[in-house]
Write a protein that binds this ligand. Structure first.
Ligand code: UD1
Ligand code: UDP
Length: 382
């Protein structure tokens, strides 16, 4: 009997980190042919993740261009996916999350009448422009998808409220599966400056900031806040692996270069980043993935955004919305730096996002849908 052909499609760093463990899980199943198609919406940052997880794509659209627009990404993905689908003939396409690759991958599958499974489904802010364009990418992808793999019960509730009642599986987030393979207590950093940081003597704060809705004034406010935090606290070292987007790099150069105790470094390989989260004092970020990883590793997170589609960590007390106003960010960071009690209250490991078995549940659910497994997998409950 021929194997079920499941093609995972992804293109950016976070999708890759969260999909590589699933590509591997699917490859371990005897009845599944696990295919991997990358759009390379990100080039270097994607290749770095593929390298960490040892994945060699079957198809590479290689679409990235400097300062690409949303229309550039979407149109190139759509055209490239025609060839990939015709050549690899998948029975089902898996997309992840909320990027332009996600939406274009799902739309292309629909045009070819191929079933779609959406990994990390059901996250919502209900604000069309925030995060932009991710919120609409999620909604549109849900509309096309045949199977919805939700990280949390709350994500499932969002889909139910929208009238989507079929084929919803609560699996946990595959990022927790990834962390299980990357974080090691005795990890030795290959990035030299990370080994030299004074993790015991000082407070090493990990920072990232890259979102499109923060471009311009909000990003300027955030970076000025970071500079002020470093200037006012000699016992703090800020480490900021700067995203390769030229917009972000220009802002970091302009507002942070030369500031005392601020380390602007290149993007880190995923395993280095995950171990840095494990070792740091706390995290300031507008990233989605870091909002899931830091709580799992017991690190307080200040979210540099006005809203979040990941309310679980806020409810659990390990994340707080700091917004994008300079004074607010400085005040909230100062509290966690100076007030040991406030810090300890947030610094406990909670893991509303999964138990590290999300990939197994997703693969089981796919096998069940295609009649290769008698029982529907049981849902993950935090
Ligand atoms: C994209 C996603 C965003 C996700 C983020 C993760 C969209 C619209 N946005 O945003 O949801 O949070 O990835 O990081 O899908 N670049 C490089 N090398 C790389 C990667 C990027 O040079 O390896 C530069 C290129 O000039 C590129 C620019 O960064 O044009 C922006 O990349 P793009 O994928 O368009 O947007 P991101 O902000 O990375
Ligand atoms: N990450 C990484 N190296 C870095 C910065 C981030 O490996 O230098 C990882 C991070 O640990 C998380 C993912 O990239 O797993 C988040 O990606 P990003 O912030 O680019 O996107 P988002 O999650 O906001 O969509």
């Amino acid at each position: 009997m021929s194997k079920l052909r499941i093609m995972s499609v992804f293109g950016t760093r976070p999708e890759a980190i969260k999909m590589c463990p699933l590509v591997r899980e699917l490859a371990s199943r005897t009845d599944i042919e696990s295919l991997c198609c990358v759009t390379a919406q990100h080039r270097q940052m994607l290749d770095s993740v593929l390298n960490v997880f040892g994945i060699k794509p079957d198809w590479d659209l290689n679409i990235m261009t400097p300062r690409q627009t949303l229309s550039d990404i979407t149109s190139k993905c759509l055209l490239g996916m025609d060839d990939a689908i015709s050549a690899l003939k998948p029975d089902m396409i898996l997309v992840h999350g909320d990027t332009s690759t996600t939406f274009a991958g799902a739309l292309s599958a629909f045009y070819h009448q191929v079933a779609v499974g959406h990994v990390e489904a059901g996250l919502r802010t209900y604000d069309k422009y925030s995060p932009f364009p991710e919120e609409m990418n999620r909604v549109l992808t849900s509309g096309i998808s045949d199977m919805h793999f939700c990280p949390t019960v709350g994500n499932r509730e969002n889909l139910l409220r929208e009238g989507r009642t079929e084929n919803i599986f609560v699996t946990g987030n595959t990022v927790i599966d990834a962390l299980k393979t990357t974080v090691k207590k005795n990890h030795f950093f290959s990035t030299e400056e990370l080994n030299d940081l004074p993790y015991q003597k000082k407070k090493v704060i990990l920072v990232t900031c890259h979102r499109r809705e923060n471009y311009g004034e909000p990003m300027k406010n955030i970076m000025q806040a970071l500079r002020q935090i470093a200037e006012e606290h000699p016992d703090v070292e800020l480490v900021y692996p700067v995203h390769l987007s030229p917009v972000v790099r220009e802002a970091a150069d302009r507002y942070l270069r030369g500031a005392p105790r601020v380390h602007l470094i290149d993007p880190l390989p995923a395993d280095e980043m995950h171990n840095l989260i494990d070792r740091c004092y706390m995290v300031l970020t507008d990233s989605g993935g870091l909002q899931e990883e830091a709580p799992a590793l017991g690190k307080p997170v200040l979210v540099l955004r006005r809203e979040t589609e990941r309310p679980e960590a806020v409810a659990a007390g390990t994340a707080k919305l700091a917004g994008v106003i300079q004074d607010d960010i400085v005040t909230m960071a100062k509290r966690l730096i100076m007030d040991k009690h406030a810090y300890e209250k947030m610094a406990h490991a909670v893991n509303p996002y999964g138990d590290g078995n999300a990939c197994r549940r997703i693969a089981d659910a796919i096998e069940w849908r295609y009649g290769l497994r008698p029982e529907r997998p049981s849902d993950y409950e935090a």
